[in-house]
Design a protein around this ligand. Structure first.
Ligand code: ACO
Length: 176
């Protein structure tokens, strides 16, 4: 619980990263809901005044804070599906983004792998799911080619502007 105030302090920076990089945006309370309900699953990459970046779970940010708040340059916001229709425990990636200034450094891959591991180890998730725009070449490369996700189905008109989504998933049982 000692890290809780520090996470609140970082929320605006996480939200700024989201608003800068994606059209799918959320109220601050939705970030807080993720962190309070599944504190193991969401991670941030931060730059500190000295430079460099460090990945950290939302439950463990306090140790990184030394006076000045670090700036969030990447985050993965993740949860467990609360009422899985098939009864199978599984994780879900709500949102992932990395600031342009820090792309192609492996940050997104690392954030995703950390979240996937936590889903398997903390919640025995059978798989992790996500949605991605069909036009999002960079994210598709990351999910399909780097991380091994497979397309489960196309969800027509999933996004507010009418674009279709790929619903993708990755089996996690090999990480139990
Ligand atoms: N073009 C092609 N392949 C790419 C690209 C790109 N622009 N970016 C990443 N990849 C693939 C590559 O295979 C890459 O490996 P390589 O660099 O060895 O070739 C691999 O993904 C890993 O790349 P990372 O460096 O880990 O990715 P990065 O930290 O740059 O973040 C991300 C990728 C998150 C897609 C970033 O471009 C971004 O924030 N985009 C805007 C927001 C976004 O689209 N988020 C995902 C929406 S879907 C959702 O939230 C569930």
């Amino acid at each position: 619980l000692s890290s809780y105030p520090s996470y609140i302090d970082l929320l605006p920076s996480i939200q700024t990263c989201n608003i800068t990089n994606l059209p799918e945006n959320y109220f601050l309370k939705y970030y807080l809901y993720h962190a309070l309900t599944w504190p193991q699953l969401s991670f941030v990459a931060v730059v500190r005044p000295r430079g460099g970046y460090k990945s950290s779970s939302t439950a463990g940010i306090a140790g990184n804070v030394s006076g000045e708040y670090p700036k969030v340059v990447g985050y993965v916001l993740a949860k467990m599906e609360e009422e899985p229709t098939d009864g199978m425990q599984h994780g879900h990636i709500t949102s992932l983004s990395v600031m342009r200034t820090h792309r192609r450094l492996g940050i997104a891959e690392r954030l995703m792998r950390m979240s996937q591991r936590a889903m398997a180890e903390s919640h025995r998730a059978h798989f992790v799911s996500l949605h991605v725009r069909m036009s999002n070449v960079a994210a598709l490369r990351l999910y399909r080619d780097t991380l091994g996700f497979e397309v489960e189905k196309v969800e027509a008109g999933y996004y507010a502007d009418g674009e279709d989504a790929y619903a993708m998933r990755l089996n996690l049982q090999n990480m139990w």
